[in-house]
Design a protein around this ligand. Structure first.
Ligand SMILES: NC(=O)c1ccc[n+]([C@@H]2O[C@H](COP(=O)([O-])OP(=O)(O)OC[C@H]3O[C@@H](n4cnc5c(N)ncnc54)[C@H](O)[C@@H]3O)[C@@H](O)[C@H]2O)c1
Length: 273
């Protein structure tokens, strides 16, 4: 089969949470560039307007919806608007998420008191679990009824993290816990929803250069410990995630569900020379 058929997403109705920047915007770009009808959902109205305008300039069909993924009413309204607009919902990326702050070690391998369990704030715990974990539950609850009632089922692609499958030293325990729960929810949902042809998978990146955590990975020094930990010697740009997004949204992955695609430069394998 030709790649153009295998990875065809033309005309598919796609929705992406946290799509005004970072990884979500990269998903939106690859979907739009391949002819999908793309709906960007974000909490930041200004960034949303800029992102939609930029993608439309290429002639793609792109729309923006405001929602805070921690607020059920806004999430339900955003997806209702999308289904009203297009009549269906083929692919949903549950992507929005935030950092939980630093880990218990710093880049030099020394103890970092701010990341010690006893110093972590309950407020941050609640915000991160709400944004990274409960939001995925809420998005699933919102979109599954639409996908169940339409012909052909659907695809749900969750941005998890390498933190879902290994412990972290440089990244907060709160964040790692939030993503571990997401990883398990993906497997549970995939198992339950297979009967309805709803495929649920995770993209699990290692560190990616985005605005998360105040954009700290844009700083070359801050990247170094993460680069040392990656056998391939570098960390991801958002473009490194576009191939997996296209794969999981397209016919190429029609028998894949409950999977976690690690995009981490080999970090999960352990350090190398
Ligand atoms: N960057 C990394 O190193 C990395 C690694 C693994 C996983 N991830 C995950 O990737 C996802 C995207 O992160 P990113 O790195 O692109 O971050 P980012 O900060 O660059 O972009 C996140 C986007 O989500 C939006 N957003 C934040 N809170 C929201 C909310 N409550 N409701 C709706 N939208 C909201 C922001 O406005 C922004 O447009 C997150 O789930 C994150 O945990 C990131």
């Amino acid at each position: 089969m030709k790649a153009s058929e295998l990875f065809n997403v033309e005309g598919r109705v796609v929705a992406i949470t946290g799509a005004a920047g970072g990884i979500g915007l990269a998903y939106a770009e690859v979907m739009a560039a391949n002819g999908a009808k793309v709906n960007l959902i974000d909490i930041d109205p200004l960034a949303l307007t800029v992102a939609v305008g930029r993608l439309r300039a290429d002639g793609s069909e792109v729309h923006g919806e405001f929602a805070d993924v921690t607020k059920p009413d806004t999430v339900r309204q955003a997806f209702a608007n999308i289904v009203e607009r297009h009549g269906r919902l083929d692919v949903v990326f549950a992507n929005a998420g935030i950092s939980g702050g630093p880990g218990f070690l710093n880049g030099a391998g020394e103890r970092n008191p701010a990341g010690a369990i006893e110093n972590l704030s309950l407020d941050v715990w609640e915000r991160v679990i709400a944004t990274n974990t409960t939001s995925v539950f809420l998005t699933l609850q919102t979109v599954v009824p639409y996908m169940k009632q339409q012909q052909g089922g659907g695809r749900i692609i969750v941005t998890s993290s390498i933190s879902a499958s290994k412990t972290e030293t440089l990244v907060s325990s709160i964040y790692a816990t939030s993503k571990a729960a997401v990883g398990y929810l993906v497997r549970q949902a995939a198992h339950e929803l297979a009967k309805y042809d709803i495929l649920v998978n995770a993209i699990s990146p290692g560190p990616v250069i985005t605005n998360i955590g105040g954009g700290r990975l844009k700083d070359a020094d801050a990247r170094k410990p993460f680069e040392r930990a990656a056998p391939l010697g570098r960390i991801a740009t958002t473009q490194d995630l576009q191939g997996a997004a296209l794969y999981l949204a397209s016919p190429a992955s029609s028998l894949v569900t409950g999977a976690q695609i690690l995009i981490d430069g080999g970090t999960a394998l352990g350090p190398a020379d």
